[in-house]
Design a protein around this ligand. Structure first.
Ligand code: AMP
Length: 281
């Protein structure tokens, strides 16, 4: 596996592959790999001749009060883990090269970026869409793999690719969880033992929502209330949002009929966690 830091070397490498008729898959990440990231890499490995994993903690998607500086990093460990999945290239550019002085071009997927995480993290999805578009231009993949854990991000990328005619197939990987149900996340690293217990309330609340729908309950208000009560019965939790609505347009719904997205963002102490599930009413 090669590690490439320079943008021009990355593009040269993939252009060469493509000239040889090889297909290329990209897995964009911010590093500090866990089994969720590795599952995305395996999906990419099974769909393309060459796999590039980008590792870039993108400053433009963090707000001024957010955890950019303390975001966990371990390039040596990540390198070994990516190697173990048969990744061909780890692309780890510097922030200075990604955002040259005078940088001023942004991609804003307007409507889909407004609600859910967009409401409490203004500018976050503008940073995400812009860096993903840059990575697409640098790596020029045929396929890019994203996790459903960041459901809103996935929908925004789908829309960007469609709206801007980017010739890339977006593949979604289901959420990878710990054995007890907690969705894997690099930010789980921040949790104390006590917080780790409270963090379990997110996936439990989603299972509760699924059960209510399976039992025939359709009222959005009742489902959201039950989800809220369950989470708040755990110490140190504070709800950022509970969303129930259409998974495509991310518009809220009052009743569950057909497919609906139940998505959460919850503070557990100083750590903000997200999780979601698709309901079938
Ligand atoms: P991150 O490094 O957190 O920006 O995540 C990189 C990619 O991995 C994104 O497409 C995420 O949605 C995906 N991802 C992160 N955690 C999980 C998980 N638990 N299950 C599936 N995909 C995940």
């Amino acid at each position: 596996m090669k590690t490439i830091n320079s943008i021009s070397n990355m593009t040269k490498t993939t252009v060469r592959w493509r000239q040889k008729g090889l297909s290329v898959a990209l897995v964009p990440t911010m590093g500090y790999f866990h089994e969720g990231h590795l599952a995305l890499m395996r999906m990419a490995r099974s769909r393309a001749d060459r796999v590039v994993v980008s590792l870039f903690v993108n400053p433009s998607q963090f707000g001024p009060e957010e955890d950019l500086d303390r975001y966990p990093r371990d390039l040596e460990r990540d390198t070994e883990l990516a190697k173990g999945q048969g990744v061909d290239c780890l692309f780890s550019p510097s922030a200075g090269e990604m955002y040259l002085p005078g940088f001023q071009t942004w991609i804003d997927v307007e409507g889909l970026s407004q609600g859910l995480c967009g409401a409490s993290r203004p500018g976050h999805f503008r940073g995400v869409a812009t860096v993903v578009a840059k990575l697409f231009n640098i790596v020029r993949p045929d396929i890019a793999v994203f996790g459903q854990k960041d459901f809103q991000q996935l929908q925004i990328i789908h829309r960007m690719v469609k709206d801007l005619n980017m010739p890339i197939d977006i593949m979604a990987h289901p959420i990878v969880r710990e054995p007890d149900g907690l969705a894997m996340s690099s930010r789980n690293y921040y949790l104390s033992i006590e917080e780790r217990k409270s963090a379990l309330s997110l996936s439990q609340a989603l299972r509760l929502g699924e059960k209510m729908v399976a039992d025939g309950i359709r009222s959005g208000q009742d489902i959201i209330q039950a989800v809220r009560d369950h989470i708040l019965s755990h110490t140190g939790t504070k709800i950022d949002y509970i969303f129930l609505g259409d998974p495509e347009e991310l518009e809220e719904c009052q009743e569950v009929h057909g497919k609906a997205l139940l998505a959460l963002a919850v503070w557990v102490g100083r750590t903000r966690l997200i999780d979601n599930t698709l309901l079938e009413g």
